[in-house]
Structure formats: C-alpha cells, structure tokens
Design a protein around this ligand. Structure first.
Ligand code: NAD
Length: 304
C-alpha cells in the first residue's frame, strides 16, 4: 500500500483517486471545490483541510490541475502561503498528471528537485470515461527508478503506460500526439465537406478512405459525420467526446512547444488558430469533430 496525496479531484482527478482507493491505497485528497470534495469523500478518499496538510506525510503526491500555472503555484506557494514542495517530507515523489506545457513541466521538475524531492510528468489521454474505467493512457517523463516506482500506480489508473524518457518528455509525447489529432480531424472534416460538394456520399467516402491511405483515428473512430461509425459523437449531436475547449488548450501547448523549438510546423499553427476560433464559440463544449460544421458553414456556395 502506498500513501498518496491527490490534489485536483475534478472530472479526471476524482475518478483516478477513487481507483487508487479501490486498489487498496491510502489516498489523502484536497480540492478547493466543495462538490469535488464531497464526491471524493464518498469514494473513500480522506479529505485534508488544505493542500499543504495533504502532502505532509505521504510517499507520492499526484496533481491533476487545470493548467501549468496552477501546478507551479501549487508547488511553490503564493505570497505567504506555503507551497507543496516546502510542506512535503524530503524525497517525496511528485507526479503531475495535468496537461501542461513541456517547459512548465521541466520547471516543475526542477523546482521539486531543488527542494529535495523527485518529480515526474505523466499526462494522460482517454478522457473522463478512461479515468472512471481505469483505462487511461499514461505518457511518462521520469527517471528509470521513479518510473519503476510509479508503474504499479499507473497500472491501477491506466491501461497503456509508456515511459517516454526523462523530465518533460511525457508532456512532449502528449503535445505531439494531440497536434497530429487536431490536424487530422480538420483534414477528415475538410475531405467530407469536399466530398459532399462533389456529390460523394458519406458512406462511400468512408468505405474508401477507411481502407486506404486516408485511414486514421479521426476517421475510423471519431468520424465527423453521422452514419459510418455509429459510436462517433457526430451521431449524438457532437456531445463530447473530447471537447473543443480541450483541443484548443492542447494545441496552444503545441504552439508553445513549436515556438520554443523553432520547428516549421505550419499545419500545427493553423490547426491551433482554427480550434481557438471554434472554442471561442459553441465549439468549446462540443466534440472537436464538430469543426466540420464550421467548415461547411464557411464554405462558399457555388454551382460546381
Ligand atoms: P477539472 O477542472 O474538472 O478539475 C481540476 C480540479 O483542480 C478542479 O476541481 C479544481 O477545483 C482543482 N484545483 C485547482 N487548483 C487546485 C489546487 N491548488 N489544489 C487542489 N485542487 C485544485 O479539470 P479536468 O477535466 O479534471 O482536467 C484536469 C487536467 O487533465 C487538465 O490539465 C486537463 O487538460 C487534463 N485532461 C483532461 C481530460 C478530460 O477529458 N477532461 C483528458 C485528458 C487530460
């Protein structure tokens, strides 16, 4: 049994913490949102009066917070408020599972090490359903030793666990994957709208592309038109799935990484702009495959 502090008991963190409890671990949690605390308490999480008390005597601290700024300020504290790093016993293992920028993950790691602790980044994919079912994919940036220590915990919360390398490389893998996803979802949506304009049925395009070189997850799982894949969000009025707001956030992190490295990633930047506009409107709460409706609405009307 490991004693774990779990900070951030929201949509993802709540069920992840609950799965750790179910597996027999002692989990001490905190979240400033009362509803999150109530749900975690009823799942068997011990509730601490505040975050710094939660981390005082544990082996591992897991954070699942909205942004990198939340993680850095939780680690370091703000003003007169002590941070988690100053409140944990020496050599505590800090694991951040939030989706944050690669440079923020490295900063968090360096702060933890400077304070006498160990640190890893372990962002996830699989959404709320994966968090509830314990089938998340973990992308881990950690030393070999820390990865070996953490693997049994990841196996409780996840299905596929990949050790991507050292500090920051879990976030690097996540950002690269989601950049592929954002670009490919737009590409598939554009192809369906083009097919419509050319008189091609959705099913015919699907039958060809899903068995040809256009095959990809955005087509065969998250097909942006209703019909060909009965479980895709398009069949359910674009209920997420993976909300446009989250895709916009993740492409913003990709853009930060592109800026940092100077890579000529023109499609990554363009996808970021497209999803930023989508998330500024109704798309924030719709599945990101709903971008097809924007493309259709913005397409010129011609007689072609
Ligand atoms: P959420 O907003 O539901 O949960 C975040 C929680 O953190 C909130 O309950 C908030 O009150 C709490 N919090 C904020 N500051 C805190 C602090 N200092 N101490 C303790 N708790 C604090 O968000 P979520 O959907 O659970 O996402 C969490 C992270 O997981 C994000 O980085 C997100 O990008 C990533 N993620 C989300 C999904 C998804 O489908 N929701 C999928 C993959 C990754």
């Amino acid at each position: 049994m490991t004693t774990i502090a779990f900070l951030g008991l929201g949509h993802m963190g709540g069920p992840m913490a609950a799965n750790l409890v179910k597996a027999g671990h002692r989990v001490i949690g905190f979240d400033p949102a009362p509803a999150a605390l109530d749900a975690a308490r009823s799942a068997g999480v011990e509730i601490a009066p505040d975050a710094v008390t939660a981390v005082g005597d544990v082996d591992t601290v897991i954070t699942m917070l909205p942004t990198g700024a939340h993680v850095i300020s939780a680690y370091s504290g703000e003003g007169d408020t002590a941070g988690l790093l100053a409140s944990a016993k020496p050599d505590t293992l800090f694991v951040d599972c939030s989706t944050i920028a690669v440079d923020e993950a490295r900063q968090a790691h360096d702060l933890a090490v400077a304070a006498g602790h160990r640190a890893a980044d372990a962002p996830v994919s699989g959404g709320v359903v994966g968090a509830e079912k314990g089938t998340l994919a973990f992308m881990v940036g950690a030393s070999d030793d820390d990865f070996a220590t953490l693997q049994p915990l990841f196996e409780v919360m996840g299905g596929r666990i990949v050790h991507c390398g050292g500090s920051g490389l879990g976030q690097a893998a996540k950002v690269c994957n989601n950049m592929i996803l954002g670009i490919s979802q737009i590409a598939v949506a554009e192809a369906f709208v083009l097919g419509e304009r050319l008189g091609l049925s959705h099913q015919a395009l699907f039958d060809v592309a899903s068995n040809a070189s256009g095959q990809c997850w955005a087509l065969t799982t998250n097909c942006p038109v209703p019909g060909p894949v009965s479980t895709s969000p398009a069949n359910n009025n674009y209920e997420p799935g993976f909300a446009g707001a989250l895709m916009s956030k993740d492409l913003g992190l990709a853009e930060s990484a592109i800026d940092l490295t100077g890579v000529d990633a023109q499609l990554g930047r363009h996808a970021r702009e497209i999803y930023r506009a989508y998330a500024d409107g109704d798309g924030a709460r719709q599945d990101f495959s709903g971008i097809i409706n924007t493309i259709r609405a913005q397409s010129a009307t011609t007689d072609a």
